[in-house]
Design a protein around this ligand. Structure first.
Ligand SMILES: [Zn+2]
Length: 497
């Protein structure tokens, strides 16, 4: 039965003058999120980063047999860290190591194995809904094929993996309705192969990935140009879905939705959380999938049709990226630990932890959201009920505003009429709220904004429509072997190679 609750804005006149103001304060605040932010320790991040740098190189093609050097030793160390965290929470983490061989421009012709180290904290009541945090374990030198020389990768991306471990440690003390996944990817520098593995693993497990938070280069606060901003993290989000069909694009171009992908609304959600729960630490939203001409492990999630964002430091130092460690004409090159600002990294980690927790506590955004109101003075939003939701919030904003501005509570109805709010003049969305006030991200109506997965292939395995080509496929390459997780289970004694 369709229940409609009509809620009028306080007064039409007040509403219009409020349009230029910032977002209203949230209805609820959560002391748990303050506690989670406070639990993140810069000293833990420093210890993890130092341990990872200590493996000399973590190049994807480096040794897997040494106990002290190379990607194999680093993977085993990460697995040991996850196991330690799990022991502290009564075995709350499952650890899996999905692997597959890939070839490509930056891989051996015959292919080489790429393996992720993944911890899964299963949700209590909605375990199929998954929030995935990623960072990449592998590092590189000036020559991307040099697998033997030192490649400390302290910021790119030991800092991200350290944030991953610290977030897992802090959140392991809590239980969440949805599942949290932490993936330390390999093969990123060789062609985003570890990202492809975990994104495909998510598809094969039937996970409903609500968000991927990819942390890549999140620990440097001093730009190579002298800029210094320890109070801001960039969150990159795509504007329109990677898997949009031409028909969907045509509708979106006409009606709007070009700045309202679910990834974008995750970025908006993070920006609000930072203001609410972090101490002078802010999200700088960038309306772009990634930095110019560059990419990261969020891209394979986007290509699989999942919402995903990339976190990256506000100012980069290009002398410290993808460079052999050396001094030339007084200039220090290379990605060493002295270039990581652990207080800055701690704030990024707090944002990760608070976002993961808030998403996992809240119900999923409503599905099947539609908006109507052409040639009318009211706007009507309607949706399918969201599991675990006790109420819904209708949000709208000026079409040129970066953040949601106006809120109308809709109670437990599955639609709402916004009186005297003209559909033509605003962008609209709806969030779901749990009984104890945990709010989901805002979802924009229709395909453009839907959090439901948009698979790149139809049920018959063929593209469902003509699509735009990917702009991110800068490295060729593909799988040359079967996915390990589709194989019969290995003997229980299997160790990470
Ligand atoms: Zn990186």
């Amino acid at each position: 039965m369709l229940r409609i609750r009509v809620l009028s804005a306080a007064t039409f006149g007040v509403l219009m003058t409020a349009a230029a103001l910032a977002a209203p304060p949230p209805a609820n605040t959560h002391p748990e999120l303050h506690a989670i932010a406070a639990a993140v320790q810069a000293s833990n991040l420093h210890a993890s980063d130092a341990a990872l740098v200590g493996f000399g190189t973590r190049h994807t093609l480096s040794t897997t047999t040494s106990k002290t050097r190379g990607i194999g030793a680093a993977r085993r160390w990460v697995a040991t860290q996850f196991e330690g965290i799990s022991r502290g929470c009564g075995g709350c983490l499952e650890i899996v190591k999905p692997a597959q061989s890939f070839t490509g421009e930056r891989m051996p012709k015959a292919g080489a194995e790429v393996m992720d180290v993944v911890a899964i904290q299963r949700g209590t009541s909605d375990p199929e809904r998954v929030i995935v945090m990623t960072a990449h374990l592998d590092s590189r030198r000036s020559d991307v094929m040099d697998a033997t020389g030192d490649a400390p990768g302290a910021n790119d991306d030991a800092a991200g993996v350290s944030a991953l471990l610290e977030t897992a440690r802090v959140l392991s003390r809590y239980k969440f309705p949805a599942t949290l996944v932490y993936s330390a990817d390999s093969g990123e520098e060789q062609g985003l192969f570890g990202g492809k593995i975990i994104a495909q693993y998510a598809v094969d497990q039937g996970w409903k990935v609500e968000a991927n938070l990819n942390n890549d280069m999140v620990g440097n606060s001093h730009g190579g140009n002298g800029a210094h901003d320890p109070h801001t993290i960039r969150v990159f989000s795509e504007g329109t879905k990677a898997n949009e069909t031409l028909k969907q694009a045509a509708y979106r171009r006409y009606h709007g939705g070009g700045v309202d992908s679910p990834s974008r609304n995750i970025a908006r959600y993070m920006a609000v959380l930072a203001e609410q729960y972090l101490d002078d630490f802010h999200v700088r939203m960038v309306y772009r999938t990634d930095r110019w001409g560059r990419s990261g492990d969020q891209v394979p999630f986007l290509e699989q049709g999942f919402p995903a964002v990339r976190l990256s430091e506000s100012n980069e130092n290009y002398d410290h990226q993808h460079q052999n460690v050396r001094v030339e004409n007084g200039v220090h090159y290379g990605d060493v630990i002295s270039g990581v600002d652990f207080d800055y990294l701690a704030n990024v980690t707090r944002l990760d932890a608070v976002t993961m927790a808030s998403l996992a506590m809240a119900p999923p955004p409503p599905s099947g959201l539609s908006v109507k109101g052409a040639v009318a003075y009211d706007t009507t939003l309607a949706w399918q009920p969201s599991p675990g939701a006790a109420s819904y919030n209708a949000w709208w904003r000026e079409t040129t505003a970066p953040q949601w501005q106006h809120l109308q509570q809709a109670g437990d109805a599955d639609s709402v009429v916004l009186k005297n709010i003209i559909l033509d003049d605003f962008f609209f969305g709806v969030s779901a709220v749990s009984r104890d006030g945990w709010e989901s991200p805002v979802e924009f109506p229709g395909f453009a904004g839907s959090f439901a997965r948009s698979p790149k292939l139809g049920a018959d395995g063929k593209p469902t429509n003509e699509r735009y080509p990917s702009a991110s496929g800068v490295f060729g390459g593909g799988a040359v072997g079967p996915a390990s997780w589709r194989q019969p289970a290995p003997p229980a004694s299997g160790k990470t190679p």
